[in-house]
Write a protein that binds this ligand. Structure first.
Ligand SMILES: *[C@@H]1O[C@H](CO)[C@@H](O)[C@H](O)[C@H]1NC(C)=O
Ligand SMILES: *[C@@H]1O[C@H](CO)[C@@H](O)[C@H](O)[C@H]1NC(C)=O
Length: 287
């Protein structure tokens, strides 16, 4: 396992560069950035493509190929993405998120050349597999992320955020999804005998297990010991013992989104793995 200090440094570097990226209007070319900084800056594109496609298909039934084809740089269209059955409130919120992701992609690509859209597996089965892994059993019927508000919001909860502080807007999105789910925490997720809170607890547990770096993820309702100041069970925003945001390193993220627990074994949402120097470097080492 990577020593804690080096992952922390990695996180700080990413935060620093995203800080530059989103505060500096004057920098518009990555050409004079050191190579390793470019690598760290382009890495989030992997997740931004995922979110852009998932949110825009879920809310509008179309993706980057229709909305902003040049941002795909010719990468393959996602597999299995489609319009979700959403109420007008949730559809409206997810549409906003979708367009925000388009902006994030453009912003990163202004800074670094990046890479084309990687192949994404956004099929029902792909999410159903994650839910089965989280629950430790095969749900019957298989979990369908596109079925309704609750399922779609739970599926959004599956997407790990690289660094909670990565972009103000991304952590805001996480917070909105968590609050919409928190409102429904005690509702049963039909037709399963599990509540929304139980689902989120299991997904957080799976992410901690796959990430292999301790507890960095907490459900919407936790034991009092894990709540803010060890005083409360409601946990609409996850935080560490000082209620500071958790962050994840690129390799932890890859372990989670590949569903393999290993940054060199692709799969899950990324059948061919992520792109960019960091993700490809891990893949090469696995061969
Ligand atoms: C997408 O994921 C599902 C479930 O794991 C799998 O059955 C299917 O073959 C995958 N599709 C691609 C193109 O990787
Ligand atoms: C869409 O969702 C609503 C409520 O969330 C549900 O009543 C309805 O059956 C769903 N429609 C389909 C086609 O699944």
């Amino acid at each position: 396992m990577e020593p804690q200090s080096s992952s922390t440094t990695g996180l700080m570097i990413i935060n620093l560069f995203l800080f530059f990226l989103f505060t500096s209007a004057t920098v518009n070319s990555g050409s004079n950035l050191p190579k390793c900084d470019i690598d760290l800056l382009e890495f989030p594109l992997n997740l931004e493509y995922f979110e852009a496609e998932y949110f825009s298909f879920g809310s509008m039934g179309m993706g980057l190929d229709t909305i902003q084809p040049d941002l795909t740089a010719g990468g393959p269209p996602p597999v299995g993405a489609k319009k979700a059955n959403l109420s007008s409130l949730v559809n409206d919120i997810i549409t906003q998120f979708a367009y925000q992701e388009v902006g994030h992609l453009r912003a990163i690509k202004k800074m670094v050349e990046g890479f084309p859209r990687p192949l994404l597996n956004l099929s029902e089965e792909s999410f159903a597999t994650v839910m089965n892994d989280a629950c430790g059993e095969d749900l019957s019927p298989p979990f369908d992320p596109y079925a309704n508000d609750i399922n779609y919001l739970i599926s959004c909860y599956v997407i790990p955020y690289l660094v909670a502080g990565l972009l103000g807007v991304e952590s805001g999105q996480d917070a909105v999804i968590r609050s919409l789910l928190y409102e429904r925490a005690k509702e049963k997720v039909s037709p399963y005998e599990m509540t929304v809170a139980e689902f989120t607890g299991k997904i957080s547990g799976l992410r901690n297990k796959l990430g292999k770096n301790g507890v960095k993820d907490e459900g919407l309702v936790v034991s009092r010991d894990e709540g803010a100041e060890k005083k409360i069970e409601g946990n609409v925003l996850a935080g560490d013992e000082d209620s500071l945001a958790y962050g994840r390193t690129p390799r932890e993220i890859l372990r989670i989104v590949y569903g393999s627990g290993a940054e060199h074994v692709p799969g899950g949402f990324y059948p061919n793995g992520g792109d960019g120097a960091i993700a490809k470097g891990y893949l090469k080492r696995g061969r």
